[in-house]
Design a protein around this ligand. Structure first.
Ligand code: ADP
Length: 497
């Protein structure tokens, strides 16, 4: 093993970052470059793959130059990325055939309705991929490109086009076109990957009319993906860690065993719980997905995943639309000004209710308002709404996994709010841990790469790097917590009537 650092390429939905991580797992520095969001029509979202590439490579080279680093000082590169986003390119020229279709893009709804409309097909897809058919995943996006880009289908059938999620495209470019590969965490978000047999599923490729020759090879998340060989980037750095952003965060939070979970409190919330070597099948509309594994684990590891559509975004609404606070950070102080919300609940179903309710047509409510309700009560109810939604997901997950959540590890922008995390602990009745370094996504990619190249020895060493957690334990009486949860359930009932 050589090199003092690992670099994580953290390829997100709105920006690309290169993050320098040292042997203690500390974030030494990072460079971030935003890129354009393209909205060609209502509901459509695209990225220019070249912009993704140049923002990512630009942040990498700037980071290395800033610290005068050569390839010898970088032990490895790890990649984590926005998931599902779909790129198709011509390997003979390196040119993408169209803009990337971003995970948020809804243009392929008609394809999903046409191909996955029957209960039988939905069941088959859920059995094989762990996912519920949706335009979100890559399969229908690839199909759309083959149907709509002139000549694409013929070229794909002649073996002249490659598909990849963003990780795959970056790997291919960075290795000078030598490696067309992805990892199981990203593959499991395409809706074309059989998460039990660990291979592209021919029946699903046929259903969507996608030639198998387009698909990348799937390699373990912590394994060699080739070496850098691209003009302007120091040559010969091994790329040996790859994972989709949420699974990278799970790994970065050191959730290596069944029952360990993390929640990212961002604009939305993403809750993932490790379920060990068992792919728990959800009866609550959660998805089953593949977790990133350390080298040498020897079997596939799985996770359950659920998301909250409106998490921290409720604070933006309170700030921008209601004008009750100046900054999201102010919400903590205001929430603590009152002992409780005085019976007020906000159910922020702005775009419907997700798992475990799945009521796309529901809209938000504020209930329990009295003449005495003031600004602090409303702000507190908004903060609490994040915790209640996460608690609902967590309870569904525990039921599906048949396992109690031991600890919930918190990250994301809103995890700065200590009141939120204490309240979460109170109503979930479990410990909440917030690590010192909340850049867990980049950390996960770095950990995978670092383990694969021997920079770190094993996951035990990684767990030991995590020493300065903020720990929240339940303070509230169980009776009170139960009464609050019952009040929330009642508010939700009124919302989804
Ligand atoms: P994303 O990566 O999803 O864009 P971040 O992880 O940066 O988002 O988190 C930003 C979100 O967290 C915003 O929606 C913001 O309103 C919310 N947020 C940030 N700080 C706080 C805070 N102290 N209390 C409550 N919410 C917060």
């Amino acid at each position: 093993m050589s090199g003092q650092y690992v670099v994580a390429l953290d390829q997100g939905t709105t920006s690309s970052r290169a993050v320098l991580i040292d042997h203690q797992g500390r974030m030494v520095d990072f460079v971030q470059r935003p890129f354009q969001q393209i909205y060609p029509q209502p509901g459509w979202v695209e990225h220019n793959p070249q912009e993704i590439l140049f923002s990512q490579l630009g942040s990498l080279t700037e980071l290395l130059a800033r610290h005068n680093l050569t390839e010898r000082q970088i032990a490895a590169i790890g990649i984590d990325n926005q998931r599902e986003t779909t790129i198709v390119w011509d390997p003979s020229t390196g040119q993408p055939i169209a803009n990337a279709i971003v995970w948020q893009c809804r243009r392929t709804e008609p394809i999903i309705n046409e191909l996955c409309g029957t209960p039988d097909v939905r069941r088959r897809i859920q059995e094989k991929t762990g996912l519920l058919p949706d335009p979100y995943f890559s399969a229908s996006k690839i199909r759309w490109l083959l149907d709509n880009v002139p000549g694409a289908r013929e070229r794909a059938e002649a073996g002249e086009l490659y598909f990849g999620t963003v990780d795959s495209y970056l790997i291919w470019v960075l290795t000078g076109g030598m490696v067309h590969a992805t990892d199981p965490t990203n593959a499991s978000r395409t809706m074309l990957y059989n998460i039990h047999q660990m291979c592209w599923d021919q029946e699903l490729l046929d259903l969507f009319g996608i030639p198998a020759s387009m698909m990348p090879e799937v390699r373990p998340s912590a394994s060699p993906f080739g070496e850098t060989s691209y003009p302007g980037v120091p040559a010969g750095i091994p790329i040996c860690g790859v994972a989709g952003d949420q699974q990278a965060a799970l790994f970065g939070q050191c959730c290596f065993r069944a029952g360990q979970a993390k929640n990212t409190y961002g604009t939305g919330c993403f809750l993932l719980m490790h379920t060990g070597d068992k792919p728990a099948r959800s009866t609550h509309e959660l998805v089953t997905t593949i977790a990133a594994s350390a080298p040498g684990v020897g079997h596939t590891e799985y996770a359950l995943e659920g998301s909250v559509f409106v998490g921290g975004a409720v604070m933006q609404w309170i700030r921008d639309e209601l004008g009750l606070i100046h900054s999201a950070a102010e919400s903590e102080m205001l929430a603590e000004c009152v002992p409780d919300t005085g019976g007020v609940y906000i159910v922020p179903a702005f775009t419907g209710m997700g798992a475990p309710y799945w009521k796309p047509n529901a809209r938000g409510t504020i209930t329990g308002i009295t003449r005495g309700t003031n600004r602090s009560h409303i702000v507190r109810a908004a903060v609490e709404s994040m915790a209640y939604q996460v608690a609902d997901l967590a309870h569904a997950m525990e039921a599906d996994a048949g396992k109690r959540m031991e600890v919930l590890n918190a990250d994301g922008g809103a995890a700065q709010n200590r009141f939120l995390l204490q309240f979460q602990s109170d109503i979930l009745r479990c410990q909440i841990h917030r690590p010192l370094n909340t850049e867990t996504t980049a950390l996960g990619a770095a950990y995978l790469a670092g383990l694969a190249c021997g920079f770190w020895e094993d996951t035990g060493e990684l767990s030991e790097l995590r020493t300065k957690d903020l720990v929240f334990t339940p303070q509230m009486s169980e009776d009170r917590a139960n009464a609050l949860m019952a009040g929330w359930a009642d508010a939700v009932r009124r919302t989804i009537l």
